[in-house]
Ligand binder design. Structure first.
Ligand code: PHE
Ligand code: ZN
Length: 861
């Protein structure tokens, strides 16, 4: 139920709940359209609270009964829940409600996916299951009893340890009953229940203290062969968290369940992680190297939440980055350890620039810790997650590795079992390092991407860097204070030797100078090594300097960055002046590509170029109005120029990076395939698809098959392969998502809307499934030149579908509205086309709170 005027919630209004819950007993009588939920909860007054009024959240619940200490109690149905008169003393609450999982298309609360029951409670979904104080600072022990018709639901799971046997050795009450007990107090958002006809891929893990944990990945029959990789990733994660953070798992079992209908990637429910099937199921034939890497990272991420999120949780949803920023940071460390550290860092910076910078530089900009929201689901953003992780990386850089480790030990010691704030987190670092971090805290409250400008000076053997920082106004924040920016710098001499190894400069003022003495010749600085802060850098350096760094920088990130900036500048010149790509850059890069001492994965990253939307963002930041057609033309011209000027090395590069033997998703093989496939993309511009056709014909894994198909589509020689691909994979949902995406991605800009429209008529376009919807509509929005085609047809098509999806699934609709967040970058005609579409969405009579908040913020640009 929704009120007319959306309510805004403020961080400053936080007050503790008036009651403490010791334990919760839930009974579920499962039925697809009429599940009964019986709750028995012990409440006692919270001595730390002043307000003892009794309000429980509840949404879309059919009341059956409610009792206080055994007596039926009158409920007052208020906005978002119920109130009741209760004693000012401990009491027992007992209630029964009915819910309809089958009708739950929003995929929050208890819903059905592919015939199974599953739940999603973060952030505020538990209130759709029963009446409860659905807020993360209320932590309680849960016991859950699930009853069902055994024919349909042989597997029934919840959080904690399953009580399959009684002490006398007899089985749990009946074959169609399951009981779970979670000894660890938790907030309701970590509750989970799964029931259905599932099969388990099982294993065990022995923890550092010698306890055996039963592990299982539950999937629908037919998906059993896609679990092995996820299981290995889970065991590696468990071991890594013991080795690196000293964190041991704390239950007798750990279960993962794959579901097809899921709004996000995965969810860290205590002991029962629920995954979007795309983020856990993998096999060489159906998954790409990219899929494997992502799955490994997400399994780690959810597992790591057991300590950073579950054992220590958030006091309120404004503190979301407390668990998400830290857990993203931890999963990035894990991936760097499992694979290549520089490659992971570059990948993360690419993702930050592609997703977080546009957010931070547009109407949706918000601090890492927001101060208000209407719908919390709209704040699971790149800013909270990825910038949140960057902030932790900066903190670690500033205090050093040893102090970081010490602070984390203190964090776990001091706050285990608590619901915490960013203040608690910062305090731990202040107490363990004696540093004053008050200025650093601005990273949590100031939105926007700071800009760091560099000037250099050399005299009397002294080299000086003059750094200044500034930050453009963002929604609600017109004036900014200087932040603490760690700028990692190294100095090279003319031969490319390092004359000063990496040193971290702490930029804390608006303008600050740093001098380096004793340099008999003028050194060349390498600035912001490893991307030591999430800022944009204005260096005012020329092409010669960048080429020098591309050949010589000893910091792998900055070496890559030098090439990236050369590519960017060349593209910008082409866009602005219709000039040919920079030939010196292409020659310089050729040397790098030929250098077999460099990791193939790293060389593949070198070979790539900035995306069209990244270029549009850079142009906008520079005060230009981006022209999507010109950006597209320049990007294509750059690829053609690469193909032409590297014609002599591409076949060799392709051949040298073929991987012999059976497919394995390891970093080394993946790097080679990535480089070979990148070379294939360019080669196709020379041979019209001959090499790609051969690769397609003999591919025995999805990485090679998909890259070949993609190259063929580029060469407009892919129709047969596309049809064959569909026939081969029509029964595999995750591969068919790829089949849809690929066609949207490869549409010509002026045919994008039509192609997409045609795909929405395909029998397999199951638009209520978020993965399928995103495979098509997400790609439509990501196709820069096509989405922003001057006709406006793609804007309109996306809008039609957002309007259609909103009543069914507000969360996924609202997230996808961000396709329009960059609209003010473009010319007046495009702005007015988009304004019309935003107006159409805003004008829908029963728009969800999620979508209405997003559209209002975007319109406010
Ligand atoms: N907490 C999940 C994660 O980051 C993401 C999520 C949020 C999933 C909300 C579902 C709903 O791991
Ligand atoms: Zn997370």
């Amino acid at each position: 139920m929704q009120d007319a005027a959306p309510k805004t919630i403020f961080l400053k209004d936080y007050t503790p709940f008036g009651w403490i819950i010791d334990d919760v007993h839930l009974t579920f009588r499962l039925h697809p359209s009429a599940t009964r939920v019986i709750s028995r909860i012990r409440f006692r007054p919270n001595p730390d609270a002043t307000d003892r009024s009794f309000f429980l959240h509840g949404e879309a619940l059919k009341p059956i009964s409610a009792k206080v200490d055994g007596h039926e109690v009158a409920l007052r149905h208020v906005d978002g829940g119920i109130e009741a008169d209760v004693p000012d003393a401990p009491f027992n609450w007992e209630a029964e409600v009915e819910i309809n999982p089958e009708a739950n298309t929003a995929l929050e609360g208890l819903y059905m996916s592919g015939g199974m029951y599953c739940t999603q409670c973060e952030a505020e979904g538990f209130r759709k299951i029963t009446w409860y104080p659905d807020r993360p600072d209320v932590m309680a022990q849960f016991t859950v009893r699930i009853e069902s018709d055994a024919d349909h639901t042989p597997v029934m799971l919840s959080n904690g340890n399953g009580l399959y046997y009684h002490q006398d050795g007899t089985q749990t009450p009946a074959p169609n009953v399951s009981i779970y007990e979670d000894p660890w107090p938790k907030p309701a958002y970590l509750f989970a229940l799964v029931a259905g006809d599932l099969v388990a891929h099982e294993d065990t893990f022995t923890t550092m203290s010698g306890r055996d944990v039963d592990l299982a990945i539950y999937v629908r029959p037919g998906d059993e062969h896609k679990c092995a990789f996820g299981m290995e990733a889970l065991k590696k994660s468990m071991k890594w968290d013991e080795d690196v953070y000293g964190r041991e798992y704390d239950l007798d079992e750990f279960n993962i369940v794959a579901v097809d209908d899921f709004n996000m990637g995965a969810m860290e429910n205590k002991g029962l992680n629920i995954f979007n099937s795309s983020c856990v199921l993998a096999s060489p034939e159906t998954s790409t190297d990219g899929n494997f890497e992502r799955i490994e990272a997400i399994i780690a991420h959810e597992y790591f939440h057991n300590w950073t999120g579950n054992r220590i949780t958030c006091r309120d949803w404004f503190q979301l980055c407390l668990k998400e920023g830290l857990t993203v940071f931890r999963d990035a460390q894990f991936t760097a350890d499992m694979r290549s550290e520089p490659v992971k860092r570059i990948d993360d910076v690419l993702a930050l620039r592609a997703r977080q910078f546009p957010e931070d530089q547009g109407p949706l900009s918000h601090p890492v810790r927001p101060e208000s929201f209407q719908e919390i689901n709209n704040f699971y953003t790149a800013t909270v997650y990825e910038k949140g992780a960057e902030v932790i990386g900066m903190l670690k850089t500033l205090v050093g590795d040893a102090a970081y480790a010490k602070a984390l030990d203190l964090y776990f010691d001091r706050h285990d079992g608590q619901a915490c704030t960013i203040e608690d987190w910062i305090q731990v670092f202040e107490d363990s390092t004696d540093r004053d971090l008050s200025q650093f805290k601005l990273w949590y409250s100031q939105s926007g991407t700071p800009k760091v400008t560099v000037r250099e000076d050399y005299r009397d053997n002294t080299f000086t860097l003059h750094l200044s920082q500034s930050s453009a106004p963002t929604p609600g924040q017109s004036e900014k204070l200087p932040q603490v920016i760690p700028v990692a710098v190294g100095l090279l001499n003319d031969n490319g030797d390092e004359v000063m190894p990496t040193k971290v400069l702490e930029l804390t003022e608006a303008e600050q100078s740093f001098s380096f003495e004793g340099h008999a010749t003028r050194p060349v600085p390498s600035i912001l090594r490893g991307f030591s802060a999430p800022v944009t850098l204005e260096q005012g350096i020329d092409t010669a300097r960048r080429s020098f760094l591309l050949s010589h920088d000893t910091d792998p990130f900055n070496r890559w960055e030098a090439g990236r900036m050369l590519a960017r500048d060349s593209l910008l010149t082409s866009i602005r002046k219709d000039a040919a790509p920079n030939a010196d850059y292409l020659e310089g890069l050729k040397t790098v590509l030929r250098d077999d001492t460099l990791d193939p994965a790293y060389r593949a990253l070198m070979l790539a170029q900035p995306s069209q939307s990244e270029l549009a963002g850079v142009l906008h930041q520079a005060g230009d109005i981006p022209d999507p057609a010109a950006i597209h033309a320049a990007s294509e011209a750059m690829r053609d120029a690469k193909a032409q000027s590297w014609a002599d090395i591409l076949p060799g590069l392709y051949a040298a990076n073929q991987v012999d033997g059976p497919y394995a998703p390891d970093a080394e093989g993946a790097g080679k395939r990535d480089l070979a496939n990148s070379a294939l993309g360019l080669l196709t511009r020379l041979d019209g698809g001959a090499t790609a056709a051969k690769q397609y014909a003999k591919a025995d894994n999805m990485t090679l098959q998909l890259a070949a198909l993609s190259a063929l589509l580029d060469a407009e020689a892919g129709d047969d392969a596309l049809a064959a691909f569909y026939e081969q994979w029509r029964d595999d949902r995750l591969v068919i998502d790829k089949w849809f995406s690929l066609q949207v991605m490869h549409a010509k800009p002026d045919a994008l809307a039509e192609t997409t429209q045609r795909l929405t008529n395909h029998i397999d376009f199951d638009w209520k499934n978020p993965n399928r919807f995103r495979a098509v509509m997400g790609m439509l929005a990501a196709h820069h030149a096509g989405f922003h085609h001057e006709s406006g047809a793609a804007y309109e098509l996306l809008t039609d579908w957002l309007i259609k999806l909103d009543p069914v699934n507000p969360q996924t609709t609202a997230r996808m509205c961000s396709a329009f967040q960059t609209w003010k970058r473009y010319d007046a005609d495009r702005q007015s086309l988009i304004a019309t579409q935003l107006g159409r969405i805003a004008g829908q009579p029963d728009l969800s709170r999620d979508t209405s908040e997003m559209i209002t913020r975007i319109q406010g640009a």
